[in-house]
Design a protein around this ligand. Structure first.
Ligand SMILES: Nc1ncnc2c1ncn2[C@@H]1O[C@H](COP(=O)(O)OP(=O)(O)OP(=O)(O)O)[C@@H](O)[C@H]1O
Length: 311
């Protein structure tokens, strides 16, 4: 496959261990050109290791890795100018000023973006002369993102790009990622935020124990199976659901997803809604936020990994 036609990222059977710890266990992944793919997974699922292998910072133990059609280890020199990297936690010489750092990175690129413009777009115009160590965590993150983008990369790796940012800064980053996508840039990002994945990503891959456990658009992943829907409500935790289940049709089940967060799953018709509200009334239960809905990405994640996204 020629370089220009190849996917932005293609991983087949990727494997990586650190001693006895298996970080990536046969991962398949494909990021099409000009699309945004979000990698979701609990802590330790292997997201950062996967991204670092794609960036050429770590060597795979097994499997195939192609990034823009190139091998990130043996063809690192060719690949480096074409990708942008925003590592988790960033990092810089602490005394360097924001604009100095970005200009320094820009000098390494053949056709860089205007650093001053990029600082303004990311809301960093007011701190351009501030030393790195005196920037807030969210500002350091955004500067790190600016450094990843200033060289006009074809593909950007963003490892938890909005971690620690306030909502306004997060919105600026989202807008920028959306603009990158419009410009045809490919993006592979990791995030713990469902709304971030839903807002930005064309595809979402959920990984656990180093393997993909689900892959699709957010819409596909949350689609109700076989016409099933959910009735959700909140109330005090620890409700005894056995009697409720007995009153429901056989195709319905009731579970407490998280303390005080209940779901009735199945063919949720008007009769089922009426049964649930009648049961609540009988047992003195005030069902708050009662709604018939589809599963959230958060629920899908919990079902597949047994864990909450935020840990
Ligand atoms: N350099 C290393 N040496 C030893 N073990 C490592 C190393 N890097 C990662 N691991 C282990 O590999 C597994 C996967 O780690 P990784 O950082 O890729 O996960 P992650 O999904 O990015 O997690 P997080 O969301 O916490 O960043 C973990 O068990 C981790 O402890």
């Amino acid at each position: 496959m020629s370089n220009a036609d190849s996917p932005a990222v293609e991983l087949r059977g990727l494997q990586k261990s650190f001693g006895d710890t298996v970080a990536v266990a046969g991962l398949d992944l494909r990021v099409e050109r000009g699309t945004v793919l979000a990698l979701l997974g609990p802590n330790g699922a292997g997201k950062t290791t996967t991204i670092e292998i794609c960036e050429g910072f770590q060597r795979a133990d097994g499997g195939e890795v192609r990034v823009l059609g190139l091998d990130p280890t043996s063809q690192h020199e060719q690949l480096r100018p074409r990708i942008g990297v925003m590592p988790q936690g960033g990092g810089a010489y602490p005394g360097v000023r924001a604009d100095e750092m970005l200009r320094l990175v820009a000098t390494c690129a053949a056709h860089p973006l205007d650093p001053e413009w990029l600082l303004d777009v990311l809301g960093l115009g007011g701190v351009r002369r501030t030393p790195y160590k005196r920037l807030s965590g969210g500002q350091q993150q955004r500067l790190s993102l600016a450094c990843a983008l200033v060289g006009r990369p074809e593909l950007v790796f963003l490892d938890e790009p909005t971690a620690g940012m306030d909502p306004q800064a997060r919105r600026q980053v989202w807008d920028l990622v959306a603009a990158l996508r419009r410009d045809g840039v490919s993006v592979l990002l990791t995030t713990h935020l469902m709304d971030e994945a839903e807002a930005l990503a064309d595809r979402v891959v959920i990984i656990d124990h180093g393997q993909a456990v689900a892959d699709g658009t957010a819409e596909e992943l949350t689609a109700p199976a076989d016409g099933q829907q959910e009735l959700r409500f909140r109330s005090q935790q620890g409700l005894d659901l056995e009697l409720l289940v007995a009153a429901l049709p056989e195709n319905c089940e009731a579970t407490e997803l998280r303390p005080g967060d209940y779901a009735v799953r199945g063919i949720v018709d008007p009769q089922v809604v009426s049964t649930v509200t009648a049961w609540c009334a009988q047992h003195g239960v005030l069902a708050q936020e009662l709604r018939v809905t589809r599963r959230s990405l958060e629920d899908v994640f919990l079902e597949l990994t047994g864990r909450e996204l935020r840990s």
